[in-house]
Design a protein. Structure first.
Length: 368
């Protein structure tokens, strides 16, 4: 029989493993983002694979292929179909934004006198580099753009390949992870993973639904009020809604600027009051979404304080970028679930206590 390690040996090996894992993650840090995206895509496609597996009589690999390859074809073909439509809408929007910028430049071109001091716009113009020459691409910039494009395509291929193999080995990875725990703890770990799974699925479904609802609503409202570039602004609002709180705020600022400088196509309102109307609609709808719609859509797993949500998203975006802002909410809920589980184990409590039903409910269930 193999000898058992002493406690100092166990701690030494554990420290070495943790140090090696940290060093490994640091070396591959640029790969973590694409792998997270691939894991999210594989996670979203996995339920389709399981449903198809039942129809193919347990042929899991075949089910993965039947889901993955149509997904790749749609992913590649969609830009060729959808992007021209989106471009036409955003060209309208960009034309409005260029007019806004032109009017801002006219305002900046005027000297301002305040308390006896005259502020010249020349220094501001030089600082902002508002000249047509600044938009002329140089050869070095062109090469950098080509290099960035090539790098993006390589990362795109990495994500696609990773999605396939994550889908193919998803069950084995889950079983392997559970098997790392001692036998008495595997049932609890499986229960914890199921709760985490429900949390992330609720977040993904809720996010997609909210993006659709916000995009459709603001497109209809913009068209009804005569907002220039309404369809493009509606699409932009729907897309940016993937970043909770922050995304719709950015879209609302852009829509307000367009309303301020362009006005309505047919409402008899001054540009200022039309901008106030658009800003008010965005503000009200965002509050309704944050206080009522989001909790209702996300379900009970993602009920979080509105202030905490906003601070978490802004902080994640500033510290780690957009990807962190996209996943910070389910990550926080997941951390809370893991923390509850660990606390219960440390205090010798049941993480999922069985709620005793009143005698009336027990009799009612037994009568059924």
């Amino acid at each position: 029989m193999s000898s058992r390690w002493s406690i100092p040996t166990r701690y030494t090996v554990l420290i070495i493993i943790l140090f090696s894992l940290t060093a490994f993650l640091y070396v591959i840090r640029s790969l973590i983002g694409p792998l997270i995206i691939a894991a999210l895509l594989a996670y979203m496609l996995y339920p389709l694979v399981k449903r198809l597996e039942r129809r193919t009589r347990g042929r899991y690999a075949l089910s993965v292929s039947l889901v993955y390859f149509p997904f790749v074809i749609i992913l590649i073909a969609t830009p060729g179909i959808v992007i021209p439509i989106i471009i036409r809408q955003f060209q309208t929007l960009s034309g409005e934004l260029f007019q806004v910028v032109a009017q801002i430049e006219v305002l900046l071109a005027r000297s301002v006198t305040f308390s006896g001091f005259t502020f010249s716009p020349e220094d501001v113009a030089r600082l902002l580099n508002l000249t047509t020459e600044s938009f002329t691409p140089a050869a070095a910039e062109t090469m950098q753009a080509l290099e960035a494009t090539s790098t993006s395509l390589l990362w795109f291929l990495v994500v696609l390949v990773a999605v396939y193999y994550l889908m193919l080995d998803w069950q084995h990875l889950r079983s392997w992870f559970i098997s790392l725990m001692p036998d008495p703890e595997q049932a609890d770990l499986n229960r914890l993973l199921e709760e985490i799974d429900r949390t992330w699925r609720a977040y993904i479904r809720g996010t997609l639904l909210l993006m659709f609802m916000m995009g459709v609503f603001f497109t209809i409202v913009g068209l009804a009020l005569g907002l220039p570039g309404a369809v493009g602004l509606g699409l932009l609002t729907g897309l940016l809604s993937i970043i909770p709180e922050l995304g719709p705020s950015i879209a609302g600022i852009i829509a307000t600027l367009v309303a301020l400088f362009e006005g309505s196509n047919y409402l008899q309102l001054s540009n200022f009051w039309f901008a106030v109307l658009i800003a008010g609609i965005y503000l009200v709808v965002m509050q309704v979404k944050a206080l009522w719609l989001r909790p209702m859509v996300m379900g009970r797993f993602l009920h979080m304080n509105t202030g905490l949500v906003f601070v978490a998203i802004i902080g994640a975006a500033l510290i780690s970028g957009v990807l962190a802002a996209l996943i910070i909410l389910p990550v926080l809920v997941t951390v809370g679930q893991i923390g509850h589980y660990l606390r219960s184990k440390l205090l010798h409590l049941d993480p999922w206590p069985v709620m005793e039903m009143p005698p009336v409910e027990v009799l009612a269930q037994e009568s059924k």
